[in-house]
Every structure is written in C-alpha cells, then in structure tokens.
Design a protein around this ligand. Structure first.
Ligand SMILES: [Zn+2]
Length: 377
C-alpha cells in the first residue's frame, strides 16, 4: 500500500509539470475548470451537456490514469475492477454489464466525452462543486490535499491568469439591425429600451414609407438610423453605379425627412464584397458616404423562432473570435426578424455579463469597418 501511494505521489508531481506546459490553452466554452486534488487540469474543452459537465475522454484519461481501449465499435474503460463500456452505435453505456439509465458517455463531433462526476465517482474519487467558478474538484481522501477554501483561491488565481490581455480592456459592441422598419423593429426597440442599450438600424426606403411612425420612434429613442437602400433588390441596387447611389441616397433622404437627421452611414444589401464595384466605391466616397459591413454575423435569417438559441451561440462564438483576433470594435449583424426578437434578450444579457460596452454609431467618431478595406469609407 505504501509503495502505491509513493508511486502515485511521483505521478502527481509529474502531472503537475506537464500541466504547467499546457496552461496556455484557454477554455473557449466559458471559464469552466476541473480540479484534481490541489490544481486545475489544463483541459480546454469542457462542455455542459444536459446540465452535466463532460470532457474529452482521452484528455481526462491521462490525468486519472484510465486505461482506455477501443474495440469493435466500443470504448472500454477498466479501472479498480470496474468495466465501463460505451457502444458507439447505440450511444449506450454499461457498467459491469448493466445498462446505465442516462448518458455518462457521449460521442460529440466524432469525439468521446465523459461525465466528470461519473468517472470520478466510479473510480473512487470524491468531488466538490464550486458554483461561482463552475469548477468541479475531484480528489481522494487518502491523499493529502488543501482545504476547499484554499482551493477556491487556486481557482481564483487560475481564472485571472486565463484572461488574455486583449480581453482585459473590453471591446465596444455595436448592435446593428437591417431590413426594417417592420413589426419586429418595435419588439427589438422595446428590448433595447429594457436593457438600456443603444443600437444602429439600417432601414429600407420602401419599408420606411409604410412605417413612418416607427422610424420616428426609433430616432427619438436615440438610436442611429442609416440607409440600407430603397428596395434591397440586387438587380436595382447593383444594376449600375447610378442606381446604386440612387438606392442608397433615396433611403437617406427619407430618413432625413422623417427625423431631421441626414445620415451618411450606409449598409449595402448583402455586404459590400463582392457586389460593390470600384466605381460604386468611388462614388460613395465622392458623395460623402461611409459604409459599414460587420465583423460578427449572427446569421439570424437562417433560423426559425425555435432555433433562436443558435443565433445567440453564433453571436457568442463570433464575438470571442473577433476578440481573439484583436478587434476592439465589434459590429454585430442582426435583422428585424421574429427569431431575432427572441434571441436578442439573451444576446444582450450575455454581452453585458461579459462586460462589453454598447454604443450606437457616432458620426463624429467613425469606425472603419468595411470588407473593401477602404480607409475612406
Ligand atoms: Zn438586408
């Protein structure tokens, strides 16, 4: 027994040094950690599936010394006299031949994930959950370990180190809504009001003619309104340089008539690239226009109301990616659509929780964001 403890101690010390080497990896699934005894494991893919925390089996196996065997479409773990078998075909897990009533193992994106609590319990570990840090600590009582209070400090300092320098100064977020005004504009407006968030709308001329009061209400609420063309019709908008400018200017004129503001910012339908020709580009500049595309696409138009959560996820993924690439101004593309009205509260709550600042477009503080990479637009 003594020998076994001695070997385990050496193993733990070795793992500790391996762990330091890998500590650079960041957790993209939103700051969740797995602790083993007194340290945080350098796992970078921790997922919550049906309320249960799971990690890639191959990753956790190396830290818990789990012998894993894959054979005949089955993954088999043998440890401490127990045999856990995951059948890839049926997605069923058995423990010593007995069907498990839930899914402690799951195949996701071609990778086997395992429940942390499950594998800990079945291999003789105890575990403690630290709610405010989304951290599960697994440990064995027969090993010396620091108290849970002391371990909470370990999590805290680990979490601080994991925050990359680029995110320590939080970026500014510009929510933008295309294709209104319509009935969903008012829903989005109410949500923005509720969370006290300013935004930017790109309206269509023909829609504004039928919804004048919405245009006025949006403007009075302090949100910027820019032109998104008259018709949104590819053939008209991009038919010629003349029609392109007429489409954009027509929208801007209606905004001016209804609000008194003469907006110089446009968003062209379908984005500037590849539809805007060099001639259209020059003409925009000559007319004093600025053009915004986006750096985060919610792809909201692709989804139904029931799939609204996917829109939230797209925004989260897009924002994290933009931050990683060093963007400090995040322009998010959304639309005045039904599914977007459902996703919007969650999007705002997440951005607020992450500490981002919201702004509406400020003409005097123009930010260059166009796919043409034109510094004059
Ligand atoms: Zn559009």
């Amino acid at each position: 027994m003594k020998k076994w403890i001695w070997i385990s101690c050496i193993a733990i010390i070795c793992m500790f040094f391996v762990g330091i080497g890998k500590a650079e990896a960041t957790n993209e699934r939103g700051n969740r950690y797995i602790g083993l005894h007194d340290r945080i494991l350098p796992l970078d893919d921790i997922r919550v599936i049906d309320g249960d925390t799971k990690v890639p089996l191959k990753d956790i196996a190396q830290y818990l010394y789990l012998p894993v065997e894959t054979k005949d479409g089955k993954t088999i773990i043998r440890k401490r006299g127990k045999e856990i078998v995951f059948d890839h075909l049926t997605s069923m897990t058995t423990l010593d031949g007995v069907d498990q009533p839930w899914s402690p193992l799951a195949s996701i994106d071609g990778q086997i994930f395992i429940s942390v609590k499950y594998i800990a319990r079945e291999t003789g570990f105890q575990f403690e959950y630290f709610q405010s840090y989304h951290t599960i600590r697994i440990y064995r009582d027969e090993f010396n370990h620091i108290s849970h209070e002391a371990f909470e400090e370990v999590i805290k300092s680990h979490a601080q180190k994991q925050t990359p320098a680029s995110t320590s100064k939080k970026a500014t977020v510009y929510l933008t809504f295309d294709d209104g005004p319509n009935q969903f504009t008012l829903h989005n407006l109410a949500t923005l009001e509720k969370y006290n968030v300013p935004a930017t709308f790109f309206f269509l001329g023909n829609q504004m003619k039928q919804n004048e009061s919405i245009v006025k209400t949006v403007s009075k609420s302090g949100h910027y309104i820019g032109s998104h063309s008259m018709t949104h019709n590819k053939a008209y908008v991009y038919g010629s340089t003349e029609s392109f400018i007429a489409e954009m200017a027509g929208g801007a004129q209606i905004i001016e008539q209804l609000t008194g503001n003469s907006p110089k910012l446009v968003r062209v339908p379908y984005g500037s690239k590849p539809l805007v020709t060099p001639s259209m580009q020059k003409s925009l500049i000559a007319h004093g226009y600025k053009l915004w595309d986006w750096n985060v696409d919610s792809n909201d138009w692709r989804y139904t109301d029931k799939q609204a959560d996917q829109i939230v996820k797209n925004v989260q993924d897009g924002v994290m990616k933009a931050i990683k690439s060093g963007d400090t101004d995040i322009i998010i593309l959304l639309h005045d659509r039904s599914q977007t009205t459902i996703a919007l509260p969650k999007i705002i709550e997440w951005l607020q929780k992450e500490g981002y600042t919201f702004k509406t477009y400020e003409p005097d503080n123009h930010i260059i964001q166009n796919f043409l990479r034109d510094p004059l637009l």
